[in-house]
Design a protein around this ligand. Structure first.
Ligand SMILES: [Zn+2]
Ligand SMILES: [Zn+2]
Length: 126
């Protein structure tokens, strides 16, 4: 396959069209075209590593983002089933430390309660 780096990915030309190589490999593994909306995730997060074991097909972008969030918790030493990444402290805490937020994908606020309090105090101070 004649491939070149396009942005963060390997790309190639198929019938005059540019295609991402990881999608071609995923389609080969699947034996059919990827369903619409399907995303291909790179397990080691190196988007140039297209070995078969590094690719996971996700049914949609939401599922794909879920894998990224879980990987982040895992990388920081947490348990993705019990812990959640806090975007304020850039670390993981147990899910119980997060307040509820119905508008979020998992029903929990993106920062822990302590962070919410600090954040509000900072806003009041300025
Ligand atoms: Zn990914
Ligand atoms: Zn926090």
């Amino acid at each position: 396959m004649n491939q070149h780096i396009s942005g963060l990915y390997w790309a190639t030309r198929v019938g005059g069209k540019r295609k991402k190589v990881h999608r071609i490999i995923a389609e080969k593994a699947l034996g059919k075209p990827l369903p619409s909306g399907a995303q291909v995730h790179h397990v080691d997060e190196d988007k140039l590593n297209n070995s078969n074991s590094n690719l996971v097909i996700c049914p949609n972008e939401e599922y794909h983002q879920l894998i990224h969030r879980r990987t982040k918790v895992y990388d920081l030493g947490g348990d993705p089933n019990k812990d959640k990444w806090c975007n304020y402290h850039n670390t993981v805490h147990s899910k119980g430390e997060f307040g509820k937020d119905k508008s979020r994908w998992d029903g929990l606020n993106k920062m822990c309660r302590t962070a919410q309090n600090e954040y509000q105090q900072e806003r009041r101070a300025t």
